[in-house]
Design a protein around this ligand. Sequence first.
Ligand SMILES: NC(=O)C1=CN([C@@H]2O[C@H](COP(=O)(O)OP(=O)(O)OC[C@H]3O[C@@H](n4cnc5c(N)ncnc54)[C@H](OP(=O)(O)O)[C@@H]3O)[C@@H](O)[C@H]2O)C=CC1
Ligand SMILES: CC(C)(CO)C(=O)C(=O)O
Length: 338
Amino acid sequence: MTAETSKRKILIVGGGAVGSVYGWRLQEGGAHVAMVCRSNFKVVKETGYTITSGKMDPVQFIPDAVYSNGEEAVAGNNVFDYVIVCTKCLPNLYDPAEVVAPYIISDKTVIVLVQNGIGIEEPVRVRFPNNPIISGIAYIDVDQTQSGIIRHGGTNFIVCGFYVKEGDDLNAYNKDNAHILEDIKNVFTAGNMGINVQDNVQEYRWSKIIWNGSFNPISVVAGCKDSKELIDFPPTRQLLLDAMAELYRVGEAVLGKKVPPVAGQDSPESVLKYTRDRDAPVYPSMMVDCINKRPMEHEVIVKNTIVAAKKCGVAVPILETVYALLVSVERSYCPPKN
Ligand SMILES: NC(=O)C1=CN([C@@H]2O[C@H](COP(=O)(O)OP(=O)(O)OC[C@H]3O[C@@H](n4cnc5c(N)ncnc54)[C@H](OP(=O)(O)O)[C@@H]3O)[C@@H](O)[C@H]2O)C=CC1
Ligand SMILES: CC(C)(CO)C(=O)C(=O)O
């Protein structure tokens, strides 16, 4: 069966910035798209999303279904082909598997985790050892400016591949399940989304963490500055370069080889240049969360990276400093529960 011969049933859990654009594109590509929404549930259910993408006029995206919980979503034994998770990943606040659990009623459902950070997959794998899990790294620049109102910069591609238990034979798993990777490729391509399937996607998590582990926390501790402001001010520009150099050292130590380049970015200077050359400044997702007084993904983006560095004996004084400051900033508006 191909994407052309069967309408894929896709559920997007987390109908925020990334989830809305994914839903819109995948529906355009012919899939049946249902969304799980939380704070924007009422608006999305009643009027859908208004999405401004790149230089296009705003478009209206009306999902095929909008749910607020698992009971509604799986009523009548409704099995999804794909459950795509586009929530923030906040293991310091809850078990990430709990976010997915209400929607998985069959081993056949492919779980796609579209979240930044390191170590985001393991809790979901432990809970769903028999479901295929695809780890997805989103290259997209999008935020929700008001409930249901989405601003998308235009870039939209994903690097993805299977996640398996440590010690399992990833090559054999890739081979046995090649049809799933082929299918997701078709589904995303039909929606005009770039998709780059990798045999070992974990390597690419390190490519992405170079950006997220530097720009995200530094934007917040610098007082919520966007990428242009950070790059144009020499002291924060230097801090970014030094933080990225640390991150490259961690990635190389973990992988035992160079961090793979994405879009030609293979050094702190080239990441900075790529970011500076973009048409518009980037608003890092952590900065957007901080401005809106929401919890930030400091655990998966910064803490897990520091833990990996320590395991490999790599010193990361800059990361440790920004982590301490970042968590302090969050505590000022979002005090810990106990
Ligand atoms: N924005 C970007 O440009 C990029 C983001 N990413 C990554 O993608 C992931 C998603 O980011 P983004 O879209 O920006 O995040 P948003 O905060 O915009 O969206 C997340 C959505 O998930 C909802 N949500 C949270 N928990 C649940 C739950 N248990 N059930 C249902 N819905 C839930 C939130 O609802 P509520 O409003 O109630 O909190 C919110 O609408 C993150 O890991 C981020 O780092 C990666 C690349 C770029
Ligand atoms: C850089 C960006 C916007 C994606 O390209 C991102 O990943 C983030 O802000 O968390």
